[in-house]
Write a new protein. Sequence first.
Length: 309
Amino acid sequence: MREFDYRRADDVTGAVALLDADPDARYLGGGTNLVDLMKNGVETPARLVDVRSLPLDRIETGDDGAVRIGATVTNSDLAAHPLIRDRFPALTQAVLAGASGQLRNMATVGGNLLQRTRCGYFTDITRPCNKREPGSGCPAIEGEHHNHAVLGASEHCVAVHPSDMGVALTAFDAVVSWRTADGAGEAPLTDFYLPVGDTPHRETVLPPGALITHVTLPPPASPPARATARSANAPRTPSRSARSPPPLRWPTASSATPASPSARSPPGPGGPVSPNGSSSARPPPPSTSPPPPTRNSRRPAPCPATATR
């Protein structure tokens, strides 16, 4: 590993000034990705600026309901926060699926969005890689690429970004904010990552020396206008799911098998009589008990199931 200088920033302005004075410096958050790349020789910064002590480790709700997530909030704190679990459960699930508990305890939100690809050719400095050394080639196109891009790639690079959190934040229309020596900036996460094109070494829209300060999730959507315009005195119709289902009308024996004229019983006293002279009352159901066996009969008495046929 190359020797490097270490500085701990006291505030955002000081951190940005340190990196502005040394373009070869890097910000250090949890270090779960950067330190590994330094060990492999992929990253060789001359200075590390530690930003973990900056006041960017809070999750806050604005007056409009938007949620502001500080860049140094750890992945574990983000996934466990009640507000995130309640309003953005997919974000919690993505964070928990992204790494082990030890890594989530160290990794930060800003660092997660800026982590580098896990492509084996990128992390192996003995192999060519357009993302690491522009113009050297992309052996993954014809080589080992079963975990690489199917859509959105180019002839210069087929690597993918490893952030599970980034996918969920994009689905929730998150906005990334940063600071540079020239001022503040922001971009929707949908526009934050650049297309691969012919410059795979440029991954985001961040200007040089930019420090991500927070990520903002939009406020909850308001209910439709027609739902709020209902009169307070208007009768409410129960929803389809709340209505009771219609009663089931099962066919009766009399409707399924009408009795013959000879089998109809005479009208009872005072009972209604149909125009053809028969009573409208239902006849008693036929007996289903088997006949008593005779003394000279050798056949056993039929079972009830047979007798009712």
